[in-house]
Design a protein around this ligand. Structure first.
Ligand SMILES: Nc1nc2c(c(=O)[nH]1)N[C@H]1C(S)=C(S)[C@@H](COP(=O)(O)OP(=O)(O)OC[C@H]3O[C@@H](n4cnc5c(N)ncnc54)[C@H](O)[C@@H]3O)O[C@H]1N2
Ligand code: MOO
Ligand SMILES: [Mg+2]
Length: 397
């Protein structure tokens, strides 16, 4: 059986590019930018008045003049006007282009205007004050957003400003999520005593939505010929198939055999970890297959631990690992990596991970009580309060 590290290496070595598509910029939040965004003009594009008030020629003020006849008004959105007489002033509004022949703005609070004459009431004035100079924030051609940036509301404003109504982003993989099992019924159904409602497909759909991947879902009963014919079609139509269930040792755990019959190459089956041990991973020329074990927490943690980093690498982004301080002594004897559920809190700027008690990988309600998994390595059995380990948070973003 391979270790978590080996399994992860195999998964990360099988990343796949899905190409680039151009989409409306307002639909691009959460997507990965695949072009450089440069300034189409200087930032700001003109000398921008930054306070409502009057614009003057500073020389007049320096020479002792304090009263200025108002020659006109420069509103935001109006074409630039000119000051004709340097002994006069122009009333200017925030956001307006600075009138020609002026170089200093004095705010209304420091001026009184009577009968068309503006009298400056303060002496502390500096040349070029209250003007956001053309090109101060950036020059035409400057890179404003780097390629491979994950687009957020912050980037949307820049895209709008430079006129990028369409933007190039990494294409998302086409994903099908499949649950298996005769015991599973739909969310709206009343299960019989021996049945349960299916939940794994929906947690997987939601985990993928956090990555802005929309997916399709299907349910297949534990019937080998049906599994085979449906999966054969899915392999042709999708980039990625995610399964939950039917990969362990049971009489009806048909997936590994079906994958083999359909020519999907097994890259590994079973990883030295708990939960999630019977994970099966493979590929053919066009499709990756992540077959997660059916227990709900196994499916959940394996999606976060393997599919997420595979996706990040496929679209070209780096995500830093997070760590936290273990808040209790933990003993775990099996020679397996242990993904322990923890509640996160912060103390003096450090993340603290407090283990929560659950009843194993079938206890899906315990996911609600925790915020993350802490990854305890398999090279020892006793983990002490105060030690730092990698965590996989599932609530943040
Ligand atoms: N003899 C052995 N038995 C088992 C082993 C083993 O090594 N030897 N491994 C155990 C471990 S660990 C896990 S995890 C499970 C994995 O089982 P499968 O992947 O074969 O999954 P199923 O048998 O189909 O189901 C397991 C369990 O999960 C529930 N399930 C499945 N799909 C869903 C769903 N979509 N929503 C909610 N719950 C689901 C299912 O009802 C079962 O209770 O095998 C152990 N056995
Ligand atoms: O992998 Mo299983 O999840 O240990 O129950
Ligand atoms: Mg099974």
């Amino acid at each position: 059986m391979i270790s978590v590290k080996e399994a992860k290496n195999i998964v990360l070595n099988s990343v796949q590019e899905f190409g680039v598509e151009e989409i409306p910029f307002l639909k691009s939040v959460g997507r990965i930018l695949k072009e450089e965004i440069t300034a189409d003009r200087d930032f700001p594009p003109f000398n921008r008045v930054s306070m409502d008030g009057i614009a003057i020629d500073y020389t007049a003020f320096k020479n002792g003049q304090r009263a200025f006849k108002v020659e006109g008004i420069q509103a935001a959105g109006s074409q630039q006007i000119s000051l004709y007489n340097s002994a006069n002033c122009i009333e200017v509004m925030t956001g307006a282009i600075l009138p020609k022949n002026t170089n200093t703005v004095i705010r209304y609070e420091d001026v009184s205007i009577k009968n068309g004459i503006a009298t400056i009431s303060i002496n502390a004035i500096t040349e070029a004050q209250n003007i956001h100079a053309k090109g101060k924030d950036g020059k035409v051609g400057d890179v404003l957003i780097k390629q491979n940036t994950k687009i957020s509301a912050a980037e949307i404003g820049v895209l709008a400003t430079v006129g990028k109504s369409f933007v190039k982003v990494a294409k998302q993989p086409k994903v099908m999520i499949v649950s298996t099992g005769d015991e599973l019924v739909g969310v709206d159904e009343i299960p019989l005593e021996h049945q349960i409602r299916r939940s794994n497909v929906f947690t997987l759909v939601s985990l993928l939505e956090r990555l802005h991947i929309s997916s399709e879902t299907a349910h297949i009963t534990d019937d080998k010929p049906i599994l085979k014919s449906k999966i054969e079609r899915f392999l042709q139509e999708y980039d990625v198939l995610l399964f939950s269930g039917a990969v362990s040792k049971g009489k009806f755990d048909f997936l590994p055999e079906v994958f083999d019959k359909l020519g999907v190459k097994k890259l590994f089956h079973k990883v030295a970890q708990r939960p999630g041990k019977p994970f099966w991973f493979g590929e053919n020329e066009s499709c990756k297959v992540f077959a997660f074990p059916g227990n709900p927490i196994s499916t959940f943690v394996n999606c976060l631990e393997y599919f997420y980093p595979w996706y990040y690498k496929s679209v070209g982004i780096k995500v830093e690992e997070e760590t936290a301080i273990l808040n209790a002594d933990v003993s775990f004897k099996p020679n397996l990596t242990y993904f322990l559920q923890v509640k996160l809190s912060s103390r003096f700027g450090h993340l603290i991970a407090t283990p929560i008690s659950g009843n194993g990988s079938g206890d899906l309600a315990s996911l609600v009580k925790a915020d993350a998994f802490i990854q305890l390595p398999n090279d020892k059995a006793d983990f002490k309060k105060g030690e730092v380990f990698k965590i996989i948070p599932y609530r943040s973003f």
